[in-house]
Design a protein around this ligand. Sequence first.
Ligand code: MCN
Ligand code: FES
Length: 909
Amino acid sequence: MLKKLLIVNGVSKLLIVDPEASLADVLRKQLLLTGTKVSCNDGHCGACSVILDGKLTLACVTKMNRVPDGAAITTVEGIGTPERMHPIQVAFAVFGAAQCGFCTPGMVVSAKALLDSNSNPTREDVRAWLTRHHNACRCTGYKPIVDAIMAAGKVLRGEMKLEDLEYKLPADGQIWGGKYPRPTANAKVTGTIDYGQDLGLKLPPDTLQLALVQAKVSHANILSIDTSEAEKMPGVFKVVTHKDVKGKNRITGLITFSTNKGDGWDRPILCDAKVYQYGDAIAIVCADTIEQAKAAAEKVKVELELLPAYMSAPAAIADDAIEIHPGTPNIYFEQKVVKGPDTRPIMESAPYVVQDSFYLQRQPHLTIESDMGFAYFDEEGRLTIHSKSIGLYLHQAMIAPGIGLPTEKVRLIQNPAGGTFGYKFSPTMEALLGVACVATNRPVYLEYDYQQFMQYTGKRSPFFIDIKMAADKDGKILAMEHDFLVDHGPYSEFGDLLTLRGAQYIGAGYNIPAIRGRGQTVCTNHVWGSAFRAYGSPQSFLASESLVDELAEKVGMDPLEFRYINVYRPGATTPTGQEPEVYSLPEMLEKLRPLYRAAREKAAQESTPENKKGVGVTIGIYGCGLDGVDGADADIELTKDGVTVYTTWQDHGQGADMGVLGTAHRALMPLRITPDKIKLTLNDTGLAPNGGPSGGSRSQVVIGNAIKNGCEQLVSAMTRKDGTFRSYDEMVAEKLPLRYKGKWSASMNSNCDENGQGRPFAVYMYGAFMAEVNVNTRTGKTTVEGMTVMADVGKINNRLVVDGQIYGGVAQGIGLALSEDFEDIEKHSTMLGAGIPYAKDIPDKFDIHYFETNRPEGPFGAAGVGELPLTSPHVAVINAIYNATGVRIRHLPAYPEKVLAGLKEQLPA
Ligand code: MCN
Ligand code: FES
């Protein structure tokens, strides 16, 4: 042990530390300074940044034996507090630079170190600094962070007053449509919000620490599991295996399509008969300390009979492939599309026909926070599970039978989440915590390290797509055919729904009178497919938005003009045969046209043989909601102090708090209450009614409508005959109800049928993307130099949130185009290895143009936004690479070596 005297945030602290412990662990666990976050533990993410003797330092990779005695350390807590925020923190809040907020303390500390060393940096200096210091952010696309640091610099240099930076309520008191900072912003920028890992440090002392015994192979029969040696290890309370699970020991995928050949009960909580993928949980060691739990996990002996591992859809459908789930074929679902007349004669006679094949990779979510949670029995004897779940009631239904408890005996609560981007649509952590808590009857805590997180959480499912399109002599699209495989990994959970997404979005945006298509869902042994932002559409648009460029070229038209004549106009229908609710695409392309022409001209002028510039465009569309009749509940209660909203609008980091507040405040405008009088009681199945999951960009529309409905009921109950309003005391005196049940359902919708035809969503989001790239022909490296987004997300609730959604989603699209993958289970299990984009990888030239078309079915005209920005920006990049070089990348990501190989093919033999 080492005795260290440190000056932490200006205060002397005497500490006895393990020389091998990291500075981050000492700050977090011994000093409870939990503003310093730990995630990658590898120096890749910067969430643990602190200032050590004036130098920006990654605390997770700094061992205590390297920290000098007497060192001065500044953490986020030393920069400012919620009562006295530093200008950097104020700027982060008002620029929307903190979304999930998990990277934010590290960013704030990094910004402080930068401005201490360079009081007047340029935007490029800021971007270079954040990149050099590995400050990664998965939510914001970096631009709001750079904006915030630049503004803070101005205040610090005395060029702007702090009051001018701070948010002020507009004179009319309206926050809808404005830039009100989200309610959690101050806690995020000061590092005072507790995420799951922070709450985990504050659990009762008898909490058991859990370590998983996980498969190190991808497909095997389990012959035996021997826990005897592990049970005898120091500190071990119990080793939980499938034998201890009282219920069905399965997480149900809640199959809703009768044509699915599986039954949805294919995912074990703890493996019993088979291992289906690398990382599958086989046992849980429950011990006093995490070190003891991990040591004992090493001693669990699992005897396996190896089986062939099918690591891609084509491998799993080969003639000699065995069934991964015996009794269910590896192709377990098929979705057809039959729209309009037969396509074959059209393809045979059309003047222009193109066809091609595409592959979109297994994109990892790469949240900065990994996955963790805890469980205990509450005062009513309910198994209570805290996690990052984004579908609390959904997950209750998916895990309760497996654990062996009635759903009402399982209470789920969402912790503040450091990003999910959809992976938390799948419950895994929740079920593991549940069975461990039931088996031990003690509070339990489980955390994945970053490698476990990468290997044992779902990923975007790869699609292999063959596609063909025909156009007439004027360039009007006549017909489309497609055939695709979905590599969904071993678990069926929502795989059918994902396949339907292919049917809904391949070719979306264009009026295509005749379509024949087929999607097949394939069981494989690679990591299971889970929801990922824009679910199913990046795969779909890779195929159709690439092929549309190819068709435009064949017809001899400019890609933007070709799109312009084919996009939805009145009379057009979607691939599912639905009439769009608005027609904003033509106007968007008109607005994009001059920008596009200027960009193409600039690219042509600036291109050199070594640095070729190009411009690509795409359109993107996504529905808001779950298919068919989606609905939500939200309770609105009048209290002595104001109004409380109760619902489950789970917060990934997107800004559920702001969504609820902005919508409720707008709906309660007649009462003229200020936003601070609206209290949010969210995301606890014990306290709030079911708003449904936060997926499918549904919350603003569906939950927003339920909130609006509840608020309207309250306002109506408070209204006197003369139009004035009763006070709380008057409502009580008149014995009028104080709590109102807001409800909404999309009853105008219908599910798609076996031919993929229906009216699945009442409200859609529409967009167009333009990417400007530079391709270095010597290295093959593509750099995105500019992004322009045209977005119709209906009327905007909060501008900061919506801007942030678009910047962040498009940044993930750039990563998808160029660097991100999870194919190699070892190499791609770190943030860096999986290709996370840093600040310099995302352009600073990044413009958004809004088209706020009123949505009659949306609350106050709003559509959703979350998924629009990741529908097709990656294809705009791919189309731009083609425009620059003539190389078309069909198998993503566009690694430099693939671009180089394409360039080589162009050379004369
Ligand atoms: N909003 C608005 N005005 C509109 C539409 C939306 O101000 N016209 C706001 C809403 O109030 C909400 C946000 O934008 O705060 C997103 O709203 P919506 O599109 O309804 O989506 P959800 O709230 O259902 O959020 C989920 C969506 C999805 S599906 C994923 S995945 C996703 C995403 O949002 N994951 C995210 N955005 C994310 N952002 C962050 N930072 N982290 C994630 O994990
Ligand atoms: Fe940066 Fe979420 S706000 S990772």
